[in-house]
Structures are given as structure tokens and as C-alpha cells.
Design a protein. Sequence first.
Length: 564
Amino acid sequence: GIIFGSALLLIQIYPENYKNPLRWLIVYACGGLAISIISISDSAVFVIAMIPMALFQFYNAVKHRRRSLYLTTAVSIILAALLCLTPFYRIIYGMIQLVMEQSGAYTLAHCVPLMTGNELNIEITKGIFWLFVRFSWLLVGGVAIFLMLTRKRASLKDNIYWLGYAAIAITTIIMIQRAGGRIDLSSSSRILWASLVYTAILLPFMVSPLLNNCLQRLAFMITWGFIIGLTGQQVEKCSLALSTPITPILQPEYTVDGKAVGFPELGSNFAIAKNHLEYLQHNKHIIDSILTPQETYLDMTHNSTGYAYFQRRPPLRYVSYNYIVSDKQAKRAVDTLRKNPVTLVLIKGRSVDFHEGLLPLRSYWLYRYLMDEYRPFQDIYGQIWMIRRGEEQRLKNLPELKPDSLDNIELLNQSFKDLTIDAYPKCWGNSFERLLPRLRPVMDLSHYIKPESNIIRLKNNEFETSGGAVLSIVPPHNVDSDFLYIEFDIPVWGYWFKINWTDNLAENRQTHIEFWGGGSQFLIPLYSAPGWVKNSHYKIFILTLPKEYQGKFNINRLELFKRQ
């Protein structure tokens, strides 16, 4: 998206294009719409940044080509009206709605570590230099602002470049939220890719008028060499590609006739992994056994192609919950399912893994709806499903139903619970003041803390530990809550933090949540564990601090919250 946006910007700044304001506006409108459809989240940044140029060109068109402008406007209105008779307007509206509703996902959570030792083991991604590379898009924006303030505007070309600098400065400011607020823990993040494109494409454009032809070429070569070197070990990859023997394959090893295997839409000679074909056949059999041909199911595994394979319409606008992140989106999805409920939900199969968290952390309201309205079961092939309450009789004639699997909470743990929730409690704890309006206080637990092992109480809620301290929190009665907020007077250093709770029905289930230390405020999403949501019995907390955390500390605040 950033590359498409940069290309449109450079095309529109080209002097020959800029001389004809009407043509410029047409290219801006059509090109901006096209690149936004391809990638609205990133390309739209450049479309917005070029609005000042568009207004200036509109002024030129009114001044010099008024008649042609009116004619073009009339034709555009007619075309827009015709498009409104098609689903096109709903597509555009849905894209704008997606950007507006997801924007909050990049502004609420802060203080995510840029790099972690476990994730990054390549020397080139460590140290201050790499941080400078990651944020070099800000430097490019600074250069644009500097040139805006210092460059003289004596000719048309100078004016065009000045407007180009302004557009780059605007994209930098907008990109702070889009890239700087993005939660990426990997070595190549949205921040990095923004910097690479800005440095490789936009920076040479800005400095080229200040240099002669030879220096321009040299600057481009140095810049591109620098960027190519940073994006990976290209020399090694090129050598590997050249040394790898080329073996022509006349026909894939395993091909099938789609019609013969139950999927005619695949064609007559389709290459597919054997285990994946078996997975599709098993799921199709389960779905066809439970549902009528007119009914559909809900896929919570990100395998949206299943709707096409099984010839079932998607019940929601977004076929992957990875895109249902804001409260508005999740509540609208729940409303859609309440109006048109589905009988069957696939919650664990050949899932496409995302690092942004499983369903509880990604889309809370959709998660709670499924937990309240559906019951889990498992088939003999290993897939985990949920059946809508009141529709359980449909399972009676399903021989593939695994015995005694209906309502087994362990199936929910396997499908919805992250083994560890990493830095979420710390990040949300650092954003606690901003998140507080979305939370409702339930109970203050600071008076119910009891030291258990490797810890002594000095006074009130001041303690001293030699490492690996264990505290119990014994509330007077059971309460319905989603979060546990803990605030220490000094940061809790160490890798693993652990919260356990009692569960009279636990048996062999995991009744704990693990997460990272490294902060003084932690907002722990207890609801992310299905066992916590399903267990209505009296709960006692066991808090285990990291072994590295030693010395005196004070618990300033310990409180349960409910999401509003």
C-alpha cells in the first residue's frame, strides 16, 4: 500500500502531468480509488496527504478550464449514480467503515517492546542502529518539513516540489498512528517497511533537485544499496538461487479430480496436499450431516476458503475474526448472528495462526457470544466444533461425534486459550488510564492479600521476597469479572508471571494465566481463559511472582474489573 501510494504521489508531481489540472484531478480520483481498493489502510494515507494539491488543482481548473471541469463533474456524478445501483457503494462504505472502526486498535495500547531476545536472534536487528533504521521514516518527514521552510518557490516546478514536500510531511504525520502505533513484535514490522519505502523512494525524490545529474545517480545507488542490504542478506540469497539446480516438474506429485473427490469447483486436475484434502472431506461430511443445504456455518479458524469449498455463504461481513477488533465491529457481528443465527461453528481445525492473539483477546464480544450461546464438541477426526443451544438433537445421528465430548471445557481451552499472553497485561496496564472509561470496577482485593511462600509481610501491603514469591488473594465471595488489575510501586522484573485460581470442576484443566513481567502496572485478562468464564464457583487467586523479582515492594492497587 505504501509503495502504491508513493507511486501515485510521484506520478502526480511530475511537471508534465501537473500542467493540466483537469487531467491531474481525473488521475488523482481514479488512481486514489484504485490503490485504496487494493490497500485502503496504507494507500489512503497518501490520498489524504495529496488533498492540498488536489484543492490547488481544482482552483486552477475552475480558473482556466471551467467548462471542461463542469462537463467532467457532470459525467462523474452520472457514473457515481450508476455505481450506486451496484454493490460497489457498499464495498467503498465497508472499507471506510473498516478503517474508521479499526483505527482505535492502534491508539489504545502503548509501550509494546520493539524487540525481544527470544524473537530476534539476528545481530543486524539489535542495537541503537536498528532502532534508527526502524524509525527513519520520521527523519524523511523531517527533511520534507525542512525543505518546505527553506526552498524558494520561484517557478512552477518549485511550487510542484513544495506541494510534494507538503504531501510527504502529511503522510509522515498520519503514518505515526498507522505505523508507530502498530503492535509488531517481529524483526520486520510495519514501522520498518514504512521506513524502507520512505528512504528508498521518497528521500531520493526530495534531495534530487539539490544535486547535479552525477550526484543524483550516486545518491540513488547509495540509497538503494543501503535499503537492499537492510532488507536481508541478498548476496547470500542470490548465490543460493543461482547455485540451486533447476529440476523441471511435469506434473505435481499429488493431483485429484475435483468432481470425483466432492469438490467440482477445484477442476479436473488439481494439486492439493493429501492431508488437506482429507481435512476438507471430513469437514464437508460433518457440515452436510448437521446442516441443510440452505444453512451455513461460522468458521473461527481463519480458513475462509472453506465457505467456497463447502458452498456455504459467509454469515458475517468479515470472514476472519482477525479483522473484527473494535467493539463496534464485534457487537455488529453479534447482532448479525442473533438476527440470523448459525447452528454450527468450527473453532479448531487446520487453523491459520496469527500472532495478534486468539479470539478472546482479539474479539471479546464475539467470544462471549459463542461461550454463552453454544456448546463445544469434537469429531473423531480431531476437529472441534460448537453447536447452538437447543439444536443438540442434530448430533444424535452423527456417528463421527467423539463420545463424551459435548460440553467438555477442555475443548474450549484448546481452541481459545493462548498458552501464554506475553506482554498483553503489561501493555494494557501501561494504558490503564486510557482504558479505564471502558471498565467497570467490581471489587477491591487489596485487603484480602495473604503471603504464602518465599515472602513476608512488613506492614499493610508492603512485602519482602527472596524470589519466586507466592501470594494468595481470598475474596469474601465469588464475583463476575473480566480483568484483574495489579499496581506495584516498583517494576516487576523477570520473565514469567503467573495467576492461578481454584476451580472445583477443574479436573485436569489449566486454571492459570502466564505473562511477562517488566512493568509496574498489569491489567490481566482473566476472561481469556475459557475455564474462568465457565467456572461459576467460588474462586481463590494464587499470584506467583518471577524468581528474578527480589527485595521490598508494595502493592498499591489490586482490583477486579468488568468490561463495559
